[in-house]
Design a protein around this ligand. Structure first.
Ligand code: DI6
Ligand code: FE
Length: 412
């Protein structure tokens, strides 16, 4: 593979008046005849075309052609940086093997750990770049990237460094999440306590010190880490002032969400087996529920997350790709919005909030992303669509017309 090395700073500036837009509103309605003004890469004005302030009159004009405009999309849960792929396990599952059995037999996450450890930083970068590009081409302007396929300091560092470089080179906001407690590495077989100590006492402090960690995540599951081990990692994160998130109740109810909420987690993710107790705790803590229909679909899961109870409790819901080589090799956030509606019965406004504002909340960046924020770097998308519902309605097409990312015109 020979990926194009992007040169984001060479892309044209988006400074100017973007006129004749139809702005999608959070409730699903549309405001027509609107303009956005970008100056020095920042969004400085939103209003009716007819009321354009005179002081901006000299700026270049961009005709929006009456197109639909939304904030840039946010993909709030990905494992984008890894070596290899696992099409063989896809075939095994089609043949009847289940995900947990494959994991227990040394496949699953462990097989991606082997491939990730074997790859150098450049190789990981080259493999992740086209995946990121696919998401960006669909209008993603902020993305979370987790570690968790290195499971040793040098290899976790490698993943997180690639995540940072991708953000820099592609001009996209990257939140790097340390997921050292993703699986037990083979050299610690039978010694999970010692591995969790290593994660808490060595790996996390070192990586945080290098500025490579924005948040800390754990896979709390019977094939991964216990509730007590999860709490140990959360305490270590808290001591460093880092926010936490959790892979919670994906395969079974571990009571992880309530624990995460007690640490004011940004989000609990997957949550197919989430209990009412977990929902109530998340509501009280302001924790976002991140729904991952790609993993649900790929694992042919049938246990639906408790959408109606989350909605009734008023827990904000986000939707993400969970891009990873095992359970969700998905590279379309719009497809996930569609699947969140079709499989999970989200409403269209819920799905759209799920890939914008609530996804930004799940990353702790709702002040700058997920909506049109005055004074912040401009991130918005113009779509060749008539109405917002079409964003979740079509699947398999790329309806982007123009992307403005970090104040530049980034449409390829
Ligand atoms: N849950 C997931 O869906 C991914 N990690 C996790 O904790 C799957 C990771 C993999 O199978 O490689
Ligand atoms: Fe995940």
């Amino acid at each position: 593979m020979n990926p194009t090395i992007t040169n984001f700073s060479a892309l044209p500036s988006a400074d100017g008046v973007w006129q004749n837009l139809r702005l999608a509103q959070a409730n699903g309605s549309v405001l027509a005849g609107m303009s956005l003004i970008v100056r020095e890469g920042r969004l400085v004005w939103i209003g009716l075309d007819a009321t354009l302030p005179i002081e901006h009159a000299e700026l270049p004009r961009h005709d929006g052609g009456d197109r639909l405009a939304t904030p840039g999309l946010v993909d709030c849960h990905t494992h984008l940086v890894y070596g290899g792929q696992r099409a063989n396990e896809f075939a095994m599952r089609l043949d009847g093997a289940d995900y947990e059995a494959i994991a227990r037999a040394g496949g699953g996450i462990a097989s991606t750990v082997r491939a990730t450890r074997a790859a150098g930083e450049e190789e990981l970068y080259a493999a992740a770049l086209p995946r990121l590009q696919a998401l960006l081409n669909e209008g993603v302007c902020a993305i979370e990237i987790k570690s968790g396929y290195g499971l040793a300091l040098e290899h976790e560092r490698k993943q997180l460094r690639v995540a940072r470089r991708l953000g820099h080179d592609c001009g996209v906001t990257v939140r790097a999440t340390f997921l050292g407690a993703h699986a037990l590495p083979p050299e610690y077989a039978g010694r999970s306590e010692a591995y969790v100590d290593l994660v808490c006492n060595d790996m996390l402090p070192a990586l945080a010190d290098e500025g490579l960690v924005d948040a800390v995540d754990v896979f709390c599951e019977r094939i991964a880490f216990s509730l007590a081990q999860t709490e140990q990692v959360f305490r270590a994160a808290q001591a460093l002032g880092l926010p936490v998130k959790l892979h919670a109740e994906q395969l079974s109810d571990m009571d992880g969400a309530a624990l995460a909420a007690s640490y004011r987690a940004l989000s609990c993710d997957h949550i197919e087996h989430l209990s009412q107790k977990g929902i109530d705790a998340m509501k009280a803590a302001g924790t976002v529920a991140v729904l991952l229909p790609g993993a649900y679909y790929a694992l042919r899961d049938t246990h639906l997350p408790p959408i109606a109870a989350l909605r009734a409790a008023g827990v904000p819901m986000a939707v993400s790709t969970d891009h990873n080589p095992g359970t969700s090799p998905a590279l379309s956030l719009l497809l996930m919005a569609n699947m969140a509606c079709t499989l999970f019965r989200l409403t269209v406004p819920e799905a759209l909030a799920g890939i914008t504002l609530n996804a930004a909340r799940a990353l702790g960046i709702a002040d700058t992303h997920g909506a049109l924020h005055l004074g912040q770097p401009a991130n918005f998308v113009l779509w060749s669509l008539q109405e917002p519902a079409e964003l979740a309605y079509w699947f398999g097409q790329r309806p982007v017309h123009t992307i403005v990312r970090q104040g530049r015109i980034a449409t390829s």
